[in-house]
Design a protein around this ligand. Structure first.
Ligand SMILES: [Ca+2]
Length: 400
């Protein structure tokens, strides 16, 4: 392209003699063709020489474009316009690239700001719930069930709190840990019932329950579907079986058969299109309770139905009844459901709330899709300067 432009633009037909010129004759006119070094080289290649050293034109090899003689100034301007067009195209591409880069950076910055805002709203939701629990404990001074019920924070008892700010809202799910099954001391049949309640198949449930029994017992004897060191030390990243009580509930993720999907829960749609949740052991198991009894005023249906002698229908009835008024004792449950004679079931129930709560604060920004999630377990502790003590804190936004 450059060669052609050089060749064409250098043709300047005029009556003059220049140092770097190659003379060319056209019938009736003496002309000098002014050209640059490259053009001269080009012309030299195309021009022959006479024996006497005079330069002459080999018409067969060297043809001057007729268009250049017709309107050389127009040709030069056209070349300049083409060059300018290319420059404009190049500049446009650079500007487009720069604009796209700036737009992406602006979007990333905006997302970062949204994420920070939603995080602090979720965090505010956590502290709001902790202070509601502390206030409830401060009012309940005598420690008996009558005082407990008289000063109950109904929203807290139901386990649903809401904390709103100008640019977003935190939805907080609060669970009294006494409403969960203690994985360290729960009976084997309660664990098996719970696995069925959260939708796991018999094979998967047997593997997880036996795995938990092996993980928490002190010996190395393997249950039928369980695992001890012989399994865990053969993994790509080997570790020993705990052979002792779990320190926190996320330790379950180390137990054979407990996948993140089973631990956190997995939502999917069944054949009818209805949304179904499977798993979610984190919502039903705990390591923080001291007694092996389930709080009838805070336990979810899945946990209540796992108790021997109970079923899903009875569990649903308990939940409906306590929404109107919390139970004052397991005896009241027995009277309501006709279960007075079921000693085994009654022995697993309690009406006392604990001082340990787990919560999940989910913050949504107004008109934004970004969500922040904080999970926390805390104990109301009057000996602490704040009145509460954080036992567990997780800012992982993992939502399966
Ligand atoms: Ca063991």
């Amino acid at each position: 392209m450059r060669v052609r432009i050089a060749e064409y633009r250098m043709w300047d037909v005029k009556h003059s003699t220049q140092p770097k010129s190659a003379e060319s004759r056209s019938p009736g006119t003496r002309m000098s063709v002014i050209c640059g070094p490259r053009s001269v080289a080009t012309l030299d290649n195309r021009m022959g020489k006479m024996d006497n050293g005079q330069r002459t034109t080999d018409k067969a090899q060297f043809r001057i474009p007729h268009s250049a003689f017709r309107n050389p100034h127009l040709s030069e301007r056209g070349s300049v316009l083409v060059l300018l067009a290319w420059i404009l195209v190049a500049l446009s591409l650079i500007a487009l690239s720069f604009s796209s880069s700036v737009r992406m950076e602006a979007k990333a910055t905006l997302n970062e700001v949204d994420l920070k805002q939603s995080y602090y709203i979720a965090r505010s939701g956590v502290y709001y719930a902790m202070n509601r629990a502390l206030l409830q404990a401060l009012k309940t001074t005598t420690g008996d069930i009558a005082s407990q019920q008289q000063n109950a924070d109904e929203d807290l008892e139901r386990g649903q709190l809401r904390f709103s700010m100008a640019n977003g809202t935190a939805e907080i799910t609060v669970t009294d840990e006494t409403g969960k099954v203690n994985v360290n001391i729960a009976a084997e049949d309660v664990l098996r019932n719970l696995m069925a309640q959260v939708g796991l198949t018999r094979d998967v449930a047997d593997g997880i329950v036996d795995g938990i029994l092996d993980w928490r017992d002190a010996d190395q004897d393997v249950h039928a579907n369980g695992a001890e060191d012989s399994y865990y030390m053969g993994l790509n990243e080997p570790y020993h079986a705990k052979d002792g009580p779990l320190d926190n509930i996320e330790e379950l993720l180390l137990v054979k058969g407990v996948s993140p999907e089973i631990f956190y829960g997995q939502k999917f749609k069944d054949d009818s299109g209805a949304e179904v949740t499977r798993g979610g052991l984190v919502n039903f198991l705990t390591t923080y309770t001291a007694i092996n009894r389930i709080n009838i005023n805070s336990a979810p249906v899945e946990v209540l139905a796992s108790i021997p002698g109970m079923d899903e229908e009875r569990a649903q009835a308990i939940v409906r009844r306590r929404m109107e008024k919390p139970f004052s004792s397991p005896t009241e449950v027995g009277e309501q459901l006709g279960m007075q004679g079921d000693v085994n079931a009654m022995a697993n129930l309690s009406a006392f709330r604990s001082n340990v709560y787990s919560l999940r604060s989910v913050a949504h920004l107004n008109n934004r899709k970004i969500v922040s999630v904080i999970r926390c377990t805390f104990a109301v502790d009057m000996s602490s300067p704040t009145g509460y003590r954080i036992i567990y804190w997780n800012e992982n936004n993992l939502e399966l």
